[in-house]
Structure formats: structure tokens, C-alpha cells
Design a protein around this ligand. Structure first.
Ligand code: UT7
Length: 332
């Protein structure tokens, strides 16, 4: 019996504190005009003092489980995508596991920076397809504000904190409806995932610290223009790869839920694909870049407000430090 990974619930959480571009301009040499015109960002949410990645993750996870109607006792794997763990070890996933009262199975973190949620989706999908897991809680959670250099205006204005989560369950994906061109793209669930990385580009986006190198946490460093250039090329390529693998065309996509780094990157990708702007879920204006949390945050918003409906074809894509880039196609 082969399984499909069906997403049966989602949830998200944003810290209460909202910081506008105007508030940042009062502290550093920047303007709302520069930030909005270059990135589409108007504001970001920042975690309160003492509010940790695990706290954000827990709230998003509880909401996703509630939405799915799944008791935590049924979860047999917890995957947490994060670049900003509470501690170097243990995995923040194990803290969330404990706070949720999850006693079965395993929990671990995934580190692929902004691509982390889609990497987690690929791992979850493969655990379900292989029969090793039945019910998986996948979370993307970040307190990116903690690794920003607040004196570096070229990076600190770009990021925010938040968390989002989905519950995946092994299902049949409605096999009776598997009548697509390639015979497998009609039923519900994850259709395919695609992962790439290129370590030769490590120095375009990285943190200048770490336990083994400096014994400090470090701060985000980015060659923005180069990352931008790679993003447009890599994202268009991986979207093409995902569509081709499923015998689908850009017009088949109902909703694109991209990683939210920069509105100009979203517009560029949509244009390259010939995808209508209205099919793109955009949260970067209000959330800024929340790294591994940005896709599940955007997903949850679009599901909750009724845009994403059962049966819709949803495409997720992301690129982040590494560089890593990834895509996932899901029939909702
Ligand atoms: O999620 C991971 C993936 N990350 C990304 O995808 C980010 C990709 N990169 C970008 O989004 C853009 O490159 C940025 C938004 C980071 C920067 O936009 P840009 O149009 O590439 O600007 P730039 O870095 O070329 O800088 C242009 C100018 C510079 O001044 P000069 O040298 O032209 O005089 C900067 O010093 O803008 C200046 N600048 C700022 N000015 C006001 C940089 N940051 C700021 C700022 N406020 N916050």
C-alpha cells in the first residue's frame, strides 16, 4: 500500500510586538521609502525579551493540531525547521515535543535556513511514503531578530520573527482520482518535493559565528545583490523542475506560497512563470522575512481567509543561506 502525505491542518503564531519601518528609521539610517520600495516590507513582528523560538513554535503547533483535530498522542514525528534554535543543543524540536506532551516517536531540527520548511516537507513526505511515520507535525519557527546586527542597515530591516506549522498524515490521496497526465497528480497530498544546495556560495549569506568557529552566536551577513540574482535564477529553475516532474503547467497552479524575502523577488518569479499576481500569497509587507517560518505563516493565512481550498494545487518555493533552494507541490 502506498501512502500520500496529506496536509490536514495548519496554524501559526506571530509575536505581539509590531515594529514599523518608521520606528526603525528613528534608530538607524534608513527610511520607510527605501525599505518599502526595495523590499515591499512595511513592518515586522519581533519576539519579546525572553520569548524563545520554542515558545513561538509551541503556539503554532498547538493551533495546527487543533485545526487538524489530531491529539498529540497520535503524532509520531516532530520536525522543526529553524536557524535560530533556543540552544546549540538539544534540538529545539525536543523542547517543543516535551511542552506538547508528545511521548511517542522522535523529534529533530532541520537547518536549511529560509528553505528549512520545504526541506522539512520533503523529509516528512519521505517518512510517510516509506511507512515509517503516520502523523507528522512540521513546524517552521524563528527568532531571527536575535542574530541580526542592528547596526547593519542592509540586513536588520529585512527580517522578522514568527512560526507556522502543519500536520501531515498518511492517506490514500484519493487514488480513484489519480487520472492526471502522469497518473499521479490529481489526488490529495504532497505530489513531489525538490531540494538543491550549493556550498560554493556559503559566503553570500551566512552568520559570522558559531559554536565550533568563534564560540559566539554571530550575526547575519549577506551580499544582498548577489543573493537576489541567485534567487531569481534558482527559484524559476526549481519551479520549472517541480512542474515538469508532475506534467503540469504554470497555469495549473492555483496558489503560489513562496518564501517571503522580497516582494521584487516574488514579482520577478511570477513574471518569469507567467503567473497572475493574484495567485501569489504575499505576507512580506506585514511579516518581513521570517526565514523558515515564512511559508507556513503565509499558508495558514491563505487557508484561514478561504483563499486556499480543498483540491487546490499549491506550490511552495524558497531559497536561503547555503545556498539552499527547494520546492514542493501539494494538492490541498
Ligand atoms: O531569505 C534569504 C534570501 N534573501 C534574499 O533573498 C535577499 C535578497 N536581496 C535583496 O532582497 C536585496 O538585495 C536587498 C533588499 C537586500 C538590497 O536591495 P538592493 O536594491 O540590492 O540594494 P543594494 O544592496 O544594492 O544597496 C543600494 C544602496 C546602497 O547605497 P549606495 O552604495 O548605492 O550608496 C546601500 O548602502 O542602498 C543602501 N542601503 C540602504 N539605504 C537605506 C542598504 N540598506 C539600506 C537601508 N536604508 N536599510
Amino acid at each position: 500500500m502506498s501512502f500520500r502525505s496529506e496536509i490536514i491542518g495548519c496554524g501559526s503564531y506571530l509575536p505581539e510586538r509590531v515594529v514599523t519601518n518608521a520606528e526603525l528609521s528613528a534608530k538607524i539610517d534608513t527610511t520607510d521609502e527605501w525599505i518599502f520600495s526595495r523590499t515591499g516590507i512595511r513592518q515586522r513582528h519581533l519576539a519579546a525579551d525572553g520569548e524563545l523560538t520554542s515558545d513561538l513554535a509551541l503556539k503554532a503547533a498547538e493551533r495546527a493540531l487543533d485545526d487538524a483535530g489530531v491529539p498529540v498522542a497520535e503524532v509520531d514525528l516532530l520536525i522543526l525547521a529553524t536557524t535560530t534554535p533556543d540552544n546549540t543543543f538539544p534540538a529545539t524540536a525536543t523542547k517543543v515535543q516535551n511542552q506538547l506532551g508528545m511521548v511517542n516517536g522522535a523529534a529533530f531540527d532541520v537547518q536549511a535556513v529560509c528553505s528549512g520548511f520545504v526541506y522539512g516537507l520533503a523529509i516528512a513526505d519521505n517518512f510517510i511514503k516509506s511507512g515509517q511515520s503516520k502523523t507528522i507535525l512540521l513546524i517552521g519557527a524563528e527568532t531571527f531578530s536575535r542574530i541580526l546586527d542592528w547596526e547593519d542597515r542592509s540586513t536588520c530591516v529585512l527580517f522578522g520573527d514568527g512560526a507556522g506549522a502543519v500536520v501531515l498524515r498518511a492517506g490514500k490521496g484519493n487514488p480513484d482520482a489519480n487520472v492526471g497526465e502522469t497518473g499521479h497528480n490529481r489526488g490529495r497530498g504532497v505530489l513531489s518535493t525538490h531540494l538543491h544546495s550549493d556550498g560554493s556560495t556559503n559566503d553570500l549569506l551566512y552568520v559570522d559565528g558559531g559554536p565550533s568557529s568563534t564560540q559566539t552566536v554571530g550575526h547575519v551577513r549577506m551580499v544582498g545583490r548577489e543573493v537576489f540574482r541567485h534567487a531569481v535564477i534558482n527559484l524559476a529553475a526549481i519551479v520549472g523542475e517541480a512542474l515538469e516532474a508532475n506534467g503540469l503547467a504554470p497555469e495549473d497552479i492555483d496558489w503560489m506560497v513562496p518564501h517571503q524575502a522580497n516582494k521584487r523577488i516574488l514579482d520577478g518569479t511570477a513574471k518569469k512563470l507567467g503567473l497572475a499576481e493574484e495567485k501569489m500569497v504575499v505576507t512580506v509587507d506585514r511579516h518581513a522575512n521570517t526565514s523558515a517560518a515564512s511559508i507556513p505563516l503565509a499558508l495558514d493565512e491563505a487557508v484561514r481567509d478561504g483563499r486556499i481550498k480543498r483540491g487546490n494545487l499549491v506550490l511552495m518555493e524558497a531559497m536561503g543561506g547555503g545556498l539552499t533552494w527547494a520546492a514542493g507541490l501539494v494538492r490541498w
